[in-house]
Design a protein around this ligand. Sequence first.
Ligand SMILES: [Zn+2]
Length: 285
Amino acid sequence: MSVTPRVLLSIDYEPVFALFRHYDSIRDLKTRRDMDGDFTLRALDPILAQLGDAKASIYLVGEIVQWYPQIPQKIISAGHELGLHCQYHRPLKNVDALAADLRDSSAWCKQYDVRGYRAPMVGISEDAYPLLDSFGFKYSSSIYAPAGTLLQKGNVWEIPVSTRSRRAPKPNYTAPRDFSFKLLFDGEFPYGSSFSIGLFAKKVLHILEDELKRGLSPVVIMHPYELVGPGRSARLTRDLLRNPLFVPFLRDKSAFLAALLRSFPVSPLGTYLDEVLAARENSHG
Ligand SMILES: [Zn+2]
């Protein structure tokens, strides 16, 4: 692969309550919008300002399009890649649940020519790839695997969120491969997760530097509430007391992003995929 190594920067653009599974059963649009309390609207401009000239993949939760229809165009006009994170944020490893979610998001995804998908909680099954293909997706970034991995799943490419493994990378990885104790026990450190960035920001910056030197293009995830403060509320305090492990997700990471952008070239995942496929085409003939 003769493409310039860069950090493949992605933002899973979702409300803060998307972190917590006990809100999954609330389906009323107005209730969910009230829970967001316009955070996803007011966070966008400051995040676009933090990105500056750098371009990222922004995987959007579709209900935000229903709440604030101006958001997709703002992302595209700023030169970023618009992708799908899901319509309603909840586990979608089950293909029937995913199919329903893809139907709910298909109108705006078509309207904005969305090509990339990032599964909620980076959880996907092998059966999802033909389904994504049938909905017109070109790639997914929905498993964890060592940097440099690019998998062909039928007509859909999988560009995994990056891990560092003590073992040699394998030619293939099968979904699901989410952030689990199994992954950690098998000796893989999922440094592309913003959970890891929240705990080990400096270490992750060192790993990124090293991966780029090795010619690899690592994939990193961030979230809006890590770059712009969501505002403390009694509800969020309660949610974090119930889920203390999620505290690293809410740590401010704007300094990490600034250091990343100062130190490394970045690009959206879709741009990288296009370049890799064009380079392969050229080398074949
Ligand atoms: Zn998410």
